[in-house]
Design a protein around this ligand. Structure first.
Ligand SMILES: [Zn+2]
Length: 288
């Protein structure tokens, strides 16, 4: 199989998280020169492939075969790749069957390498990811086989393939702010505490706020408001409750406490409740 044929084959698997749809069986057979180990956990399928070329360091390529559901609006079958005008259309072309295809083919063709080449593939990266790569890493650690270096082939390029290499990853913190007021009739605003009025003067200090200025590895950690709801979808009742949701993709310069402090200061004096959920934590590795 050439690289394009392999790519089209991978795209044809309906591997919606956490179902690998048989793609890992295919990959295991395709990479016949590599030893294979399955580290499945709960409903997540994980495949570890490795080949020892000689003494030296252990380089691992990591990726996922699962994709998010295709949703509506497709003009062709999302799992029947369409080759049109120089582009290939299917669910997962970019994130990340192209990256997976590239490193599978490169590893398959590798004839000499000073050390060990390995590949870690999971069927749950787009979902909770609780039983994916982390389970394989635990397994590798228990066997004293953790890689020295890892390349994650997630799409990061901005213009053309290979123009960007990131040496870390941002964290993710989700937040919910609930504001409590007093519902009333639109005709008598002075008798109510309208939660939309309460947050209006604060919004421009909240939405788009940068917690840091970023650095050579990360963009600024920005607060992105994702949802605001309040009221009853009527024109004559003023709302007494408001719920606002946001996300911060944070760099190593900003953490959960910074976000908590900022919002507590900004909302000081209001009756509100802030709930923060820590997702992935940011990290950066050495450039050397
Ligand atoms: Zn991805």
């Amino acid at each position: 199989m050439n690289t394009k044929e392999l790519f089209l084959k991978l795209l044809s698997y309906k591997s919606i998280t956490p179902d690998d749809a048989g793609s890992l069986d295919f990959i295991e057979k395709y990479m016949s020169g590599f030893s294979a180990l399955r580290v499945d956990s709960n409903d997540t399928k994980n495949l570890l492939l490795y080949k020892e070329f000689g003494r030296g360091e252990h380089l691992c390529f990591a990726g996922h075969v699962d994709v998010v559901p295709p949703g509506d609006g497709w003009s062709s079958d999302p799992f029947e790749p369409l080759n049109k005008d120089g582009y290939i259309y299917a669910r997962g072309t970019q994130d990340m069957k192209s990256g997976v295809c590239a490193f599978l083919q490169a590893c398959k063709k590798a004839t000499n390498f000073r050390g060990i080449l390995s590949i870690v593939l999971t069927s749950d990266e787009e979902g909770d990811g609780k039983f994916g790569t982390i389970e394989v890493l635990k397994y590798l650690k228990s066997r004293d086989f953790l890689p020295d270096f890892a390349i994650v082939a997630e799409p990061t390029c901005t213009e053309v393939f290979g123009d960007t290499i990131k040496i870390g990853r941002r964290g993710s913190i989700n937040g919910v702010i609930e504001v409590f007021g007093k519902q009333g009739h639109a005709a008598y605003p002075e008798k109510s505490t309208n939660t939309i009025n309460l947050i209006s003067p604060l919004l421009d200090k909240l939405t788009g706020h940068n917690f840091d200025i970023g650095d050579e590895n990360f963009a600024p950690s920005q607060l992105v408001v994702t949802d605001i709801r309040s009221g009853m979808e009527v024109t004559n009742v003023t709302p007494g409750y408001l719920k606002l949701m946001f996300n911060v993709r944070n760099s190593t310069k900003t953490d959960k406490n910074d976000i908590e402090d900022y919002i507590n200061r900004l909302f000081d004096g209001l009756n509100f409740k802030l709930t923060l959920f820590q997702g992935a934590k940011p990290f950066v590795t050495s450039r050397d």
